[in-house]
Write a protein that binds this ligand. Structure first.
Ligand code: SF4
Length: 272
């Protein structure tokens, strides 16, 4: 699948931060703190939205920007940290609920459609797998999902079939201890030593993206991935409808944090 690398990507995502306080709600930390980083990210996404809104390349432009910014900043923030336990072939954590923004859902929908013939030729019916996973997990909370231990539908022999376009939620989930991951996945209590740089950078980039989508009048909530992709796979006009401002994935919206509460936080950060 071709991802349009010319679309709306202006390079502002070289902005980095090195604040000591990793929480968005904390102090700014000066010009290089997390909140300054959030604001710079927001401006960069807003610029892409301004130049590309309504065009088919908008989704590509936003996501290339998000992925690039995530990679660059994790590299910087993780300097001096222990090596990650995550490696190709390990899918221990891929039973958890995955959430995603609308552009991420639309990109995965496109990837699944594009790869469908190739996967079917080797016996993998990805749309059917996604529908089956959705049917088994819809409405379950995190604890019920862990108890069910159902693998993500995109896993094949420990490899993520959509690795190239996987959501920020997956990119930001990284551990220093595979044994702790295995114990937790088996339902045994225990703390998993997650990588804070991955978690924090993912949160900042994702929230800046959501905030800029909101300002552009686009649906900006998070959605349960399997349910949202099922909606997209059933509706060829999904992208056009989302670009026109419709919350096309609303039935899959994650409801733990209300949209108006998120909007209040975004406004407070940008006014700070
Ligand atoms: S999308 Fe890929 S990385 Fe994310 S949970 Fe599923 S298999 Fe794992």
């Amino acid at each position: 699948m071709v991802i349009n690398r010319q679309s709306g990507y202006h390079g502002q995502t070289a902005t980095t931060f090195c604040g000591a306080d990793p929480e968005m709600a904390g102090h700014d930390g000066g010009d290089s703190g997390p909140l300054s980083f959030f604001k710079a990210q927001h401006r960069a996404f807003a610029e892409t939205l301004k130049t590309r809104q309504g065009s088919g390349g908008l989704v590509d432009g936003l996501l290339l920007q998000a992925w690039d910014s995530f990679d660059r900043n994790v590299d910087i923030q993780a300097e001096g940290q222990p090596p990650l336990a995550c490696h190709k072939g390990c899918a221990t954590c891929c039973t958890l609920r995955v959430t995603a923004t609308a552009p991420e859902v639309l990109m995965i929908d496109r990837y699944v459609r594009w790869s469908d013939g190739r996967f079917k030729s080797i016996g993998i019916d990805l749309p059917a797998r996604i529908a089956d996973a959705d049917a088994q997990t819809r409405g379950l909370d995190e604890a019920q999902r862990v108890a069910l231990r159902l693998r993500c539908p995109y896993i094949q022999n420990g490899i993520c079939l959509i690795y190239q376009v996987r959501p920020l939620a997956c990119r930001g989930h990284a551990s220093y201890d595979v044994h702790a991951c295995v114990e937790a996945a088996a339902g045994r209590a225990g703390e998993i030593p997650y990588s804070e740089p991955h978690r924090v950078v993912r949160s900042l980039v994702q929230n800046a993206l959501q905030s800029s989508l909101r300002d552009a009048g686009l649906a900006f909530r998070l959605y349960e991935l399997n349910h949202a992709v099922c909606i997209a796979l059933r509706n060829e006009d999904c992208c056009r409808e989302w670009l026109s401002g419709t919350d096309v994935f609303a039935p899959a919206a994650v409801t733990e944090v209300a949209a108006d509460e998120m909007a209040r936080v975004y406004d407070a950060i940008r006014a700070s």
